[in-house]
Design a protein around this ligand. Structure first.
Ligand code: AMP
Length: 285
């Protein structure tokens, strides 16, 4: 099918900037970016964009207003939307955590039995409490969940946490995590034969994969090659090339960005020299 793809993007809030920069890095940025624009087309791709609140994206996709969209995984579950998660995007990471005031004696979620819990995620909270067999009263609030205990509205909260600094600032302490979230690309359930959607998922996925990796290059004497390459992650095989200087080879490999800091000193100690790491733009495994 070759019709134009329609996609909902967060128009404001935490997921806006990283979502727009993901589209830019993927070469499909909006044609008329701007704070007040509600609709746009993509550069270089047959995609029509609709800018809406991240909260509204799950319903828009479920109801077929758009073919796909970017939102938080927490919002997909909280709305109970019948959509398909096409891709985890690796940003907007946070978790729903239960927290109590620092003076409270509760040690774990099971200690919330019979207590009042404020949350803006009542559906996920109710499901988790039911699964754990904990009966508690949920108080639904739409914002500033973390001040509910101080206002006397609740004994505890179930709220989104990324660094934990908002909890600490409000005199709260986490007593357990109940749900992990991150930004996701979602599509309508069941429309798998949609070529443009598959292409978009692949292109965004290639950028997400690339961001997590670095291209590593170094030189090493041939007799040390086995020892040095044994330090590299086992996935994939490094490229080894002879240099003009006899007895020395250049090694190229793709490595996870997260291990670079610990890998480089080991490579150097093992005899590698002229070590370079480069960012990767796209990666299709
Ligand atoms: P917004 O309300 O538009 O700023 O977007 C909120 C969404 O951003 C949430 O539903 C989460 O998916 C995501 N998010 C990531 N980190 C946090 C955080 N620390 N607090 C709240 N939302 C977060």
């Amino acid at each position: 099918m070759t019709r134009r793809l329609t996609m909902a993007l967060p128009s404001k809030g935490r997921l806006r900037e990283p979502s727009w920069s993901l589209l830019e890095a993927s070469g499909v940025s909006p044609q008329e970016p701007g704070e007040r624009v509600l609709q746009s087309h993509c550069l270089n791709a047959d995609i029509d964009l609709l800018f809406v609140r991240a909260d509204d994206v799950p319903e828009y996709v479920q109801d077929g207003v758009v073919d796909c969209g970017i939102t938080g995984l927490d919002l997909v579950h909280e709305r109970g939307a019948d959509v398909e998660v096409l891709l985890r995007l690796g940003y907007g990471k946070c978790s729903l955590q239960a927290a109590v005031s620092i003076e409270d004696g509760a040690q774990g979620i099971e200690d919330l039995k019979g207590r009042r819990i404020a949350t803006s995620h009542p559906r996920i909270a109710a499901q988790v409490l039911e699964d754990l067999g904990i009966e508690a009263e949920l108080v639904q609030v739409t914002g500033s969940v973390e001040i509910s205990p101080r206002l006397g509205l609740a004994d505890a909260v179930i709220d989104l946490v990324s660094t934990g600094s908002t909890l600490r600032t409000n005199g709260l302490r986490s007593i357990g995590k109940i749900f992990d979230s991150e930004a996701v690309l979602v599509g309508r359930s069941g429309s798998t034969d949609f070529e443009a959607r598959r292409t978009l998922t692949m292109v965004l996925g290639s950028v997400i994969n690339a961001r997590a990796n670095r291209y590593l290059l170094f030189n090493v004497r041939k007799e040390l090659l086995d020892e040095v390459t044994a330090l590299l992650p086992t996935k994939g095989s490094p490229t080894v090339m002879d240099l003009a200087t006899s007895g020395v080879v250049a090694v190229h490999a793709l490595v996870p960005a997260s291990i670079i800091w610990s890998l480089l000193p080991k490579l150097e100690a093992c005899g590698a020299s002229s070590i370079l790491t480069l960012p990767v733009e796209r990666m299709v495994p």
